[in-house]
Design a binder for this molecule. Structure first.
Ligand code: THU
Length: 126
């Protein structure tokens, strides 16, 4: 699947974001090796710390459906620039797509692509 299509799915997923505390809506779409796609949004909580990022929502949905190998993840948000995945999400992504791409889109239609490896050098693994 093309990056642009995956970004469109991420953008759509951001519409479901539950972000009453930050007002910052994020959507993510993960492309699995078998061609399937799982999307996710951020889900906040009154306790703040119990909130979940869009990326992890998408990854956890995919893994819970039996998918464990991802090729890339696309991320879109309601913010003005690109939204980079947080440190926890980078580590979670590393588990399932260490060779994968992180595709970022902004509201002006610009696209940036990084290797996850670039965003998480010297990653921890067991
Ligand atoms: N957030 C994500 O969902 N993904 C990111 O990559 C960065 C941050 C969410 C968490 C929180 O709900 C809101 O954005 C503000 O931090």
């Amino acid at each position: 699947m093309e990056n642009i299509e995956l970004l469109k799915l991420a953008e759509k997923a951001a519409q479901n974001a539950y972000a009453p505390y930050s007002g910052f809506k994020v959507g993510a779409a993960v492309l699995c090796r078998d061609g399937s796609v799982y999307t996710g949004c951020n889900i906040e909580n009154a306790s703040y710390g119990a909130s979940n990022c869009a990326e992890r929502t998408a990854v956890f949905k995919a893994v819970s459906e039996g998918k464990k190998e991802f090729l890339k993840i696309a991320i879109m948000s309601s913010g003005r620039g690109f939204t980079f995945p947080c440190g926890i999400c980078r580590q979670v992504l590393w588990e399932f797509m260490p060779q994968g791409d992180v595709v970022l889109g902004d509201v002006n239609g610009r696209i940036k692509v990084f290797k996850l490896k670039e965003l998480l050098p010297e990653a921890f693994s067991l």
